[in-house]
Design a protein around this ligand. Sequence first.
Ligand SMILES: Cc1cc2nc3c(=O)[nH]c(=O)nc-3n(C[C@H](O)[C@H](O)[C@H](O)COP(=O)(O)OP(=O)(O)OC[C@H]3O[C@@H](n4cnc5c(N)ncnc54)[C@H](O)[C@@H]3O)c2cc1C
Length: 396
Amino acid sequence: MVVDLAPEPAVADLAERTARFVRDVVLPVEERHRDPVPSEAVRRELQDAARKAGVFAPHVSTGYGGHGLDMRGRAAVFEEAGYALLGPLALNIAAPDEGNMHLLEAVASGPQKERYLRPLAAGEIRSCFAMTEPAPGAGSDPSALATRAERVDGGWRINGRKWFTTGGDGAAVTICMARTSGNPGDAGGATMFLVDADNPGMKTVRHIETLDQSLFGGHVELLFEDCEVPDDAVLGQVDAGFRNAQVRLGPARMTHCMRWLGIARHANDIAIRRANERELFGSRLGELGMVQQMIADNEIDIAASRGLILRACWELDQGRSAAQATSIGKTFCAEAVWRVVDRSLQICGALGVSGDVPLSRFLREVRPFRIYDGPSETHRWAIARRAIRQHAAAAR
Ligand SMILES: Cc1cc2nc3c(=O)[nH]c(=O)nc-3n(C[C@H](O)[C@H](O)[C@H](O)COP(=O)(O)OP(=O)(O)OC[C@H]3O[C@@H](n4cnc5c(N)ncnc54)[C@H](O)[C@@H]3O)c2cc1C
């Protein structure tokens, strides 16, 4: 069997141009703005530059002004964008907007696409996705969903509390997942609602302080109190929220992996540069066996992550759910990226924890990835259950 992993020439060209754009434009801006969270003005400046460089919105279909890349194409380009923390924001492929655009393209009605997808794709507005709730609500187990939406005349009334809604500060629209049938603990039915920022029933309770700081718009806690939305605020179909969430979650897991793989490569490059320069014990650091082992393990983790991402993307491009492949890829990649950044920091010694190189920042930014998009333990549990079920079915 011939397996050709090379991207199409047009994708390879876009990836190449993205790498150049990140190196020449984004990294100098990142260097200049040391604040963990860039301002709205910096976001606009970077997105204008990305438009001029012809690398903006690679994931969105051409009808909405993008390059229309499939998942394998995204793998090549997003990894290059992810080499800088601000690269994804510059290309308008940062979480959660990128996943929300993917979801809107797949399930929104025509008018919803014009109202929300078009300005999102153009970088004119931002969005967020509110699923997770404080305990005992939905987290790793979505069936605990406690936020409810009840039918009212001409629409729905939402009540509940969400937290860890990334990008919530300044988002023009929130995609809120609410229970429309059954009770917490049952699978029941959930529905996604598009809630505009000026809806008086949706309030930002607080900004949650977290280890990571680079995701634009932070992580907020939201209160939905008699929040009324019209019927046309239903995204997809009533009670199909859990199913439609899968449209977003599988691909979004992989695009997170792609972006963080770029950071892993960046960390490894810093470590290798240091290993080539630093002299100790009569040799260069890179000539010492234990450092070579760490560099080799970094190379292995990066190559294996890329392979698992491509395999899952190939399945997604075939229109399959790729549930097992995205769980395997996400679990491995989230842990591998952490290992690579941690080893790279170790190789650099005290320099690694200083602000002179971005490694300690990378370490803070990648750690939560082992929790969001499904904690490693939830994925391992699901991977094992699927494998056992498959084995049992084959034995019948
Ligand atoms: C930085 C960040 C950004 C986020 N952004 C968003 C967002 O934009 N929108 C949104 O809706 N949510 C978001 N989340 C929330 C995220 O999706 C949840 O944190 C995640 O689903 C886990 O839920 P939980 O935090 O409630 O943990 P819990 O469900 O309480 O789980 C706690 C721990 O239990 C363990 N565990 C879980 N399942 C199993 C199992 N089957 N077997 C054994 N152990 C298990 C794991 O170690 C897990 O970490 C974000 C979280 C973070 C940290």
